[in-house]
Write a protein that binds this ligand. Sequence first.
Ligand code: NAD
Length: 260
Amino acid sequence: MCFDEDALNDRHVVISGGCGAIGVGVVKKLTDHGANVTVNDILESAVAESRLRDAGANMENLFYVKADLTQASQVGTLVKAAQSKFGPIHTALCHIGMVIPKPLLEFETDEWDKTMAVNVKTAFLLGQATAKAMLEDGIAGHLIFTTSWVADVPWPEIGPYNASKAAMKQLMRSFARELADKGIRANAIAPGIVSVGLAKHQWDTDPSYRSRAQKAIPLGYMQPLESVANAFLFLCSPAADYMTGSVLLVDGGCSLYPMD
Ligand SMILES: NC(=O)c1ccc[n+]([C@@H]2O[C@H](COP(=O)([O-])OP(=O)(O)OC[C@H]3O[C@@H](n4cnc5c(N)ncnc54)[C@H](O)[C@@H]3O)[C@@H](O)[C@H]2O)c1
């Protein structure tokens, strides 16, 4: 991608869920372009650091903080630790997500609660805590939420996940609306069906998933991780400075029409 290697120099980015299948690719892209990145996850430090190193992230520009972001007190600890390591936070990526695949009529209440806590509550808590820190530090900062094309087009048998991503989209727009006059922006990135983790495993091993997914992707192939990382690079860069309240849809056309 055509961004200078120093495009994010002097920027401090915090990412939650940064050791997941997509997160490590995003962290690599951001550190490759000069950002200092505080990476959060719930993994033990040794596991987290080895995942980030294996992904090729620049470990000198990176600081790992283990914290469970469903807990407000741990979000506060993360923000303080990030500020003491790399100074004021410029960009917060509310990126944690989980999905439980099963028909809506079989969902248990605690599965609904967990999906909402991990996807929506963590995004709210991190967005709120980092926005407060940005205001205190006098930073015109940026909140970026990872949603999905399924926020608008319900993919079958992940109903609570679809609903959680729609909630995150409106949460993002609410942050954007309320904080614009304070100089803080909020946007979302909505990927498609990314060729990593569970989706990649299902694509490789489950013919019925593969045929359904293939029908859903007009471009015809799974989304390369690089394309998601590039979208983050763009949104984190000054090239996106006039954007707020937007969803950057990078989904190979998945949301163009219903799949079935
Ligand atoms: N994989 C896809 O095809 C796809 C498509 C569209 C959107 N997304 C979104 O992209 C994001 C990343 O997806 P992924 O596929 O990399 O998922 P992943 O499961 O590989 O990564 C999620 C990470 O979040 C961490 N995490 C979970 N609960 C946490 C908590 N309470 N506190 C801190 N960290 C926690 C996990 O340990 C994990 O490392 C999610 O928001 C997901 O919804 C993924």
